[in-house]
Design a binder for this molecule. Sequence first.
Ligand SMILES: Nc1ncnc2c1ncn2[C@@H]1O[C@H](COP(=O)(O)OP(=O)(O)OP(=O)(O)O)[C@@H](O)[C@H]1O
Length: 383
Amino acid sequence: MYLQELQLQHFRNYTAANLRFGQGINVLLGENAQGKTNLLEAIYVLALTRSHRTANDHDLVNWQTKTAKISGRVVKAAGTVPLELTFSRQGKRAKVNHLEQARLSQYVGQLNVILFAPEDLAIVKGAPTVRRRFMDMEFGQMNPRYLYNLSQYRTLLKQRNRYLKDLQHKQKKDLLFLSVLSDQLAAYGAEIIAARLGMLKKLEHWAQVIHGEISQGREELTFHYATQVPDDQLTDPQTICAALTALYQKQQEKELYQGTTLVGPHRDDLHFQVNGKNVQTFGSQGQQRTTALSVKLAEIDLMKEETGEYPVLLLDDVLSELDDARQTHLLTAIQDKVQTFITTTSLSGITRQLIKDPTIFQITDGQVVADGDKGSGGATKED
Ligand SMILES: Nc1ncnc2c1ncn2[C@@H]1O[C@H](COP(=O)(O)OP(=O)(O)OP(=O)(O)O)[C@@H](O)[C@H]1O
């Protein structure tokens, strides 16, 4: 799939923009703070309805106004799909084919994107939340059921945590209600864990192939899903659900004391191992970078396998963070098959001979000018 057109109205520092992109590599070129990442973010938001940079949708709306709109046309094997998102004080509205979608989980998945930013190099080294977020964002795009289970789980988790706090402060006494909440939470939690395990197995396969290529066969990458559910019970959702319920019972006193839920997918983690050793603890910087790159590139193959289409790749200032060999690997892997957007302040840091026929967009203060006549991109800025 590829994003053919993008229109922005009052999104971040863009007053109005109307852009047409190339199917291959699109370079978003500009000085600092001109709007390159904002443009990449707009594509990300168009795909996922939420930003990777802020949890507050209102940040996306231009400071001078109250409503922002992003719309675009996605070209897929089955045809062209118009998408539209509006952000206002009343919330967000999402349209597919000009029809409003009641649930955002019905909208997500129309445009699949993979974002690779310097922070993603921290997927190995960073906190567990980074890896959980990674799993949720990627698997949610490929699987609407996963997204639905996740939103139910989050709602129940909040409710259960609030109830645990009430019990802790003796404002409530009913332990039976706690067990009702535990059973419901365990059911959704088990679906999430089972789905993660299934997707991780496939992702691991692709990441192993890529990591093997980059390390020239010297290293073998493996994944380990870290959870309190015992290994021998990590099978089907029913077994995982029973294991979670048993863990809630076992840890009830501790949870009441701390006033929070201590078990479940919101506490799990993902460990990467190279030749059997945890890369986070024992890996060199180079191994950590190779692992992050392999995992990111593996997502492209996984999405193709799951959805039948290659996703759109968003590279936010990431090429300059990679050495020549890893840059070459990345650009060779995506060439001719994945529509890619690259933000950069200068073309000199990019191995240009590897980028065939790029479409270049010059970005200055929220205005975009396409290089030559290829992209026919253009933008206007209202006064
Ligand atoms: N809601 C908003 N309304 C108006 N302007 C905004 C809004 N949010 C952010 N900006 C402005 O957008 C500008 C560009 O930000 P962006 O992150 O896209 O820069 P960039 O071109 O990627 O720069 P860098 O190379 O430094 O990462 C910033 O100056 C910021 O103040």
